[in-house]
Design a protein. Structure first.
Length: 191
């Protein structure tokens, strides 16, 4: 692993965190809505490579609408007891082929849930959601479930990645990587 490659460093830390926690893939996604108000929520990392960090959602969700208006986002991972990773970058949609391939790997109940949920819309009752789930189950009974046209993936293409390591004296180690063209440069930051 090269110290000059923050994606490789992230991947090593992620593998270690995944051995210690079933929720290592949980990341905070921060966006800005059309009125400039920030919003943050947890989503799950579903892929990482040199191109960026991928997650999936409904395109009618609050987060997807925010990214359509302001295609820039921040991600934060925290792996106790000592590691935090912050990522900032541009947002792009994954290809339909990538979204289809990932959707096909989801458990059937999750596929049905993607069809049944009108994500971020007001829900009158849990019974209304249960009725939607039953209707989708009936529609796809005995058949493969195709990806809904309103559900896809997004990639955060990093411009910056910061690694933070806790220090008991609060003299935390911070290394910031910035992408300039196709190259990464790194600098140390004060705690």
């Amino acid at each position: 692993m090269s110290a000059d490659d923050p994606i490789a460093l992230f991947s090593t830390l992620f593998e270690r965190a995944s051995r210690a926690s079933a929720e290592a893939d949980a990341m905070v996604l921060a966006t800005v809505d059309p009125d400039g108000r920030p919003s943050a929520r947890y989503v799950l990392l579903k892929g990482v490579d040199a191109r960026g960090f991928v997650f999936y959602t409904n395109v009618e969700s609050r987060k997807a609408k925010a990214m359509a208006t302001h295609p820039f986002a921040a991600l934060t991972f925290y792996w106790p007891p000592e590691t935090q990773v912050r990522i900032e970058g541009d947002v792009e949609r994954v290809t339909d082929a990538d979204a289809d391939a990932y959707f096909a790997t989801r458990p059937r109940a999750s596929q049905i849930g993607a069809w049944a949920s009108v994500q971020s819309a007001e829900l009158e009752s849990r019974g209304a959601l249960d009725a939607r789930v039953a209707e989708i189950e009936k529609r796809f009974a005995g058949a493969a479930i195709a990806r809904p046209p309103f559900w896809t993936g997004f990639r955060v293409v990093p411009r910056s990645i910061e690694f933070w390591t806790r220090d008991p004296a609060r003299l935390h180690a911070r290394v910031s990587y910035q992408r300039r063209g196709g190259e990464w440069t790194s600098t140390l930051l004060f705690p």
